[in-house]
Design a protein around this ligand. Structure first.
Ligand code: ZN
Ligand code: MN
Length: 141
């Protein structure tokens, strides 16, 4: 895998330790964190970084196609370093966002193309529900 610094440089971004830290965190998580969560996670190792810097950095990343912004119906956006379109599940109880890879979507795209003469490039699919953890907790009462 390419060095994070190299990736940022190729995108024309000035390489700073804080930008590297934000991008690395997103590359190494499947949690789809929001800006605040990223800020809190990086605070111990980057004490001089402000929340505003995190927001600005995420905005640059988004514009450069390094991350995708997910609106799952919360007040703040979630961020994903996987920029290729893919569906997500969202737990309405704890807010957990997970990747969902569905082979069946290819069939649906094909069906849409045949029936509507429309070529699908991307879908924004979010399935809302309750995750296993929350369902177990609910049962325990
Ligand atoms: Zn949950
Ligand atoms: Mn994702």
């Amino acid at each position: 895998m390419k060095e994070t610094a190299q990736i940022l440089k190729e995108k024309g971004l000035k390489v700073t330790p804080q930008r590297i830290a934000v991008y690395n965190m997103l590359l190494n998580t499947t949690e789809h964190p929001n800006a605040e969560t990223i800020y809190k996670a990086l605070e111990p190792t980057n004490p001089t970084m402000s929340l505003a810097t995190v927001y600005k950095t995420l905005d640059y990343f988004k514009q450069l196609g390094l991350v995708q912004e997910l609106n799952v119906g919360e007040g703040s956006s979630r961020y994903d370093a996987v920029v290729k379109c893919h569906p997500h599940t969202v737990c309405v109880q704890c807010g957990k966002v997970q990747d969902l890879y569905l082979d069946e979507l290819t069939e649906i795209h094909k069906k849409v193309e045949d029936e509507l003469d429309f070529q699908v490039n991307c879908e924004q699919l979010i399935l809302y529900g309750v995750c296993g953890n929350c369902r177990r907790k609910n049962k325990e009462g």
